[in-house]
Design a protein around this ligand. Structure first.
Ligand SMILES: [Zn+2]
Length: 243
């Protein structure tokens, strides 16, 4: 059965760096992928002569090349890069995208992660995007009373049955990406203005090794996967031990 996968991330390249292996596997298996970019990543330059317009044009073209490798559609929300906040406006815009795409799986940042690998502070836009995504997933996307203007647009409530959040510090799903790892590097390197090939391969090899190490997997991506039901109380009851 073809499944619809929707990514909700702050910047061009976030979906590919965090979940490129998972996305390549879904694409290979014929599932439909939509990449939602909350910002266009216009602060992603160290050249003071770059204009935001020039950076957006460059990164949008790079994103199109990466999306083509996944057969994915791209949705751009046009928020300002670098100052993202988990506002009600952003929550509504993410609910709108989810009710339009009606995904079986949503992939987003884990908003609880502040640090990684003892040498990386999580970009605040990633946490803000992850928080907004989680807050849109529950309960707003599934309840008609939230954002009635979306009902007026013909966008009915939708229950997203599966959510993959990453990179997770305490993953409940460690995905073996060994079979698609070279393709993941090529996918990331489509964002050529951000990722020079050699350091990118070294960095992502290290990240994938560290993720897989506890389970003896050579190369992996770490996720917290949530399975959500239409009824939260039935969902909780079905997995409970009866004492
Ligand atoms: Zn980013």
């Amino acid at each position: 059965m073809t499944r619809r996968v929707l990514t909700l991330f702050a910047h061009p390249d976030d979906a590919e760096t965090m979940a490129g292996g998972a996305l390549l596997k879904w694409a290979r298996d014929g599932h439909e992928i939509t990449l939602c970019l909350i910002t266009d990543g216009e602060k992603g330059t160290s050249d003071p002569h770059d204009t935001p317009e020039a950076v957006i044009a460059r990164r949008t073209a790079e994103q199109a090349h990466a999306a083509a490798r996944l057969g994915a559609e791209v949705i751009r929300l046009g928020y300002e890069d670098g100052v993202l906040q988990p506002t009600i406006e952003l929550r509504r815009d993410l609910v709108r995208v989810m009710r339009r795409v009606r995904p079986d799986i949503v992939v987003a940042n884990d908003p609880t992660v502040w640090f990684r690998h003892d040498d990386y502070i999580m970009h605040p836009d990633h946490r803000a995007a992850g928080q907004a995504a989680v807050e849109a997933l529950y309960p707003a996307v599934r309840k008609a009373g939230f954002f009635p203007e979306l009902l007026a647009e013909g966008l009915a409530p939708h229950v997203v049955p599966e959510v993959w959040l990453g990179p997770a510090e305490n993953p409940n799903l460690v995905l073996d990406i060994g079979d698609v790892f070279d393709d993941k590097i090529a996918l990331i390197c489509e964002h050529a203005s951000q990722f020079p090939p050699e350091p990118t391969r070294r960095a992502f090899t290290r990240i994938a090794r560290e993720a897989g190490e506890p389970l003896g997997i050579a190369l992996a991506e770490p996720f917290r996967r949530l399975r959500l039901g239409a009824s939260t109380i039935r969902c909780l009851a079905s997995s409970a031990q009866v004492l």
